[in-house]
Design a protein around this ligand. Structure first.
Ligand code: F6R
Ligand code: MG
Ligand code: MG
Length: 385
């Protein structure tokens, strides 16, 4: 049976500032989905991380469905009315267009969707991050599906041994490529290491790809709010859906990819590197330096139209060590104040105020006599026999 998992998220106002959502707003969004979604959806779940409200929907209408996207858009609109009533900070921030036009893509909300042939038991995990960008998923998704040191199933399980296919998007040029592990491992890493440009969009199994080219096992939202809006309107905090078990990475293998809090871009003013801290829902709010960036994992099982769960997977002492390390990394980095590499390089800062601040001094710069203009020198490559 074909079903679609549509995960759509947006920041429509926060309390007190970019920290967390406000219950009456979440209730309004949930109430709207409940009232207007009954004929469209088989089931849904509303959650949140940081200042983003997250709607997970199950239906049979395929990806990019106008009515499902409209439902999410209108639910966020309804929530925005409540957010405005309470004067929440940044009310309606991610709703960049005045009216809905067929699809929420390019309108502000983030979308991760997949149409699948549901297995007799269909377990999956929804990962939701705040204060970071879609490329923050590159490392953990690669570890789940491409790194045998994270996922022993790649070595041990005959159903995983042949590897996976990664669809990688160049979000600057708007191009995509499919590359497979293990044969293209180094090329994949060569691309996705540049995580502000090349982002993993989907993962496919080799076994099904030829017969069912659209059947995918992981999908990440790749919406770039800053590129959509033309200027900074908030980080494009990403979400991802990952199917698990039975020829796919086990629940514990996908969670293991977050056991080390690696650095991601975002955090304060979308302009700093910081550790990605795995947390349970009770800690899914942003505090220190508007962060640190966090990831929540909700585990579900789908069967015959119904969703069981979720299980709050990182709400567990097994991840205490990762959280402690994240705090240590935060302590270490914060001492650098506004210096790189804690602060992002100029081109990756998504905040527009620094260029405006520096603009004031632009005309005061004087040329330095007898100094050649700085040009980046390309390092010569040597052919290896
Ligand atoms: C980063 C983020 C926050 C804000 C910061 C300043 O994604 O949302 O760190 O950038 O709180 O916010 P404004 O400029 O709205 O006062
Ligand atoms: Mg925000
Ligand atoms: Mg956010």
């Amino acid at each position: 049976m074909k079903v679609t998992i549509s995960h759509i998220k947006a920041d429509i106002g926060s309390l007190p500032g970019h920290s967390t959502v406000f219950k009456p707003v979440v209730d309004e969004v949930e109430g709207y989905v409940k009232e207007h979604g009954s004929s469209l959806l088989k089931s849904y779940y509303i959650s949140h991380v940081g200042d983003d409200i997250q709607i997970t929907m199950i239906h049979t209408r395929g990806t990019d469905d106008e009515e499902v996207h409209r439902l999410a858009w209108e639910a966020f609109k309804a929530g925005t009315v409540v957010a405005k009533k309470y004067g929440l900070y940044g009310a309606g921030q991610d709703l960049l267009k005045d009216s809905f036009s067929g699809n929420v893509k390019g309108m502000g909300p983030g979308v991760a969707e997949m149409e699948i042939n549901a297995r007799p038991s269909e377990p999956f995990i929804v990962f939701m991050m705040d204060k970071t960008e879609p490329g923050a998923f590159n490392l953990p998704i690669f570890r789940m599906f491409g790194d045998p040191f994270n996922t022993p199933g790649l070595v041990i399980d005959p159903n995983m041994h042949e590897g996976f296919i990664f669809e990688i998007w160049d979000i600057i040029e708007g191009k995509k490529i499919k590359l497979a592990t293990p044969e293209n491992t180094y090329d994949i890493l060569g691309l996705i290491g540049s995580k502000s440009r090349y982002v993993i969009k989907r993962v496919y199994t080799k076994k099904t790809h030829e017969k069912l080219p659209d059947e995918n096992v992981a999908v990440i939202s790749t919406d770039k709010l800053s590129l959509i809006a033309g200027e900074y309107v908030g980080k494009d905090d990403p979400a991802g859906v990952v199917r698990i078990q039975s020829g796919l990475p086990a629940a514990g293998e996908v969670l293991e990819a977050f056991a080390h809090p690696y650095l991601v871009s975002g955090w304060m003013r979308g302009s700093f590197n910081g550790p990605l801290m795995p947390v349970g829902m009770k800690d899914a709010k942003m505090t220190r330096f508007d962060g640190p960036p966090r990831v929540v994992a909700l585990g579900f099982v789908y069967k015959d139209g119904a969703l069981s769960g979720p299980v709050d997977m990182f709400d567990d002492p097994a991840f205490d060590g990762a959280r402690r390390t994240a705090v240590e990394i935060a302590d270490y980095l914060r001492r650098m104040g506004p210096f790189e590499p804690h602060r992002l390089p100029e081109d990756d800062m998504e905040y527009t105020s620094l260029p405006r601040v520096l603009e004031r001094h632009k005309s005061k710069f004087e040329p330095i006599e007898d100094t050649p203009k700085g040009k980046k020198v390309k390092v010569a490559t040597t052919d290896v026999d």
